[in-house]
Design a binder for this molecule. Structure first.
Ligand code: URA
Length: 234
């Protein structure tokens, strides 16, 4: 196991700044494997038993959070005016460097991943990744069978940009499931715009084989384990 500075360990494990960690250390609140540590530069093993005021801590280099994004919340790390997906995280999951992996529009709901692992974020959002994303779409008109082949052949957006082949599964008169492998700006809305339909509601159901858990209410989150993370790339 790797060794890391105790102030970094505390800032990751507790979601606090390094200077806040230094105060805890200075006040004798931190022990590692039974020894009180007061100096921020002391290194501890990642697997050491670190205790802060009777709470046993655990160090994870990165965190992966699945959120059922609610409507009206911005997919961004910070914003001066509007609440972001980072603002609404439970306090115990907050730490520095968190960001949403890809963007959902403000009024889109559903599966959003939040992490502080930049490489992972890049692997998921890179145009080369070709990871499937499924959306449930409610439209302001009837979805016609003939749109299936239009989507399959690659919709040409109003600005002339061509989309990759997409799968359109009609659910009922005005609802459909769309699967895309890319993430152009407002892509689903613009794809339906080309056939004269407006999107009334949009919900992301899955990324790769990772699905939005059925019982997870809007605004709620769960931490992902490595098995679940791997499903994204399957
Ligand atoms: N396509 C859209 O138009 N909006 C989203 O939020 C996601 C995909």
């Amino acid at each position: 196991m790797a060794e890391i500075r105790i102030d970094k360990y505390l800032s990751v494990a507790l979601g606090i700044s390094r200077s806040e960690a230094k105060i805890l250390l200075k006040n004798g609140k931190i022990s590692s494997d039974g020894n009180i540590i007061t100096k921020p530069e002391i290194k501890v093993d990642e697997a050491a038993k670190v205790i802060c005021q009777n709470q046993v801590l655990s160090y994870k280099k990165y965190i992966y959070i699945l959120m059922n994004k609610p409507e009206g919340i911005l997919s961004a790390s910070t914003d001066k005016r509007v609440k972001t997906v980072i603002d609404i995280l439970p306090e115990d999951l907050k730490r520095t460097g968190l960001f949403p992996v890809g963007r959902l529009d403000k009024n889109t709901t559903g599966l959003l991943i939040i992490t502080d692992d930049g490489d992972f974020g890049h692997r998921v959002t890179s145009p080369k990744s070709l990871i499937e994303k499924r959306y449930l779409v409610t439209l302001d008109g009837i979805v016609k069978e003939e749109y299936i082949s239009l989507f399959e052949n690659g919709i040409v957006l109003s600005d002339g940009e061509k989309c990759m082949p997409a799968k359109l599964e009609i659910q009922s008169g005005n609802t459909a499931i769309v699967t895309i492998r890319e993430g152009k700006y407002h892509q689903i809305k613009r794809m339906f715009g080309t056939v004269g339909l407006g999107v009334n509601a949009l919900k992301r159901l899955s990324i790769g084989k990772l699905c939005l858990p059925k019982g997870l209410k809007e605004g709620c989150v769960c931490e992902l384990n490595s098995e679940q993370i791997q499903k994204i790339f399957q």
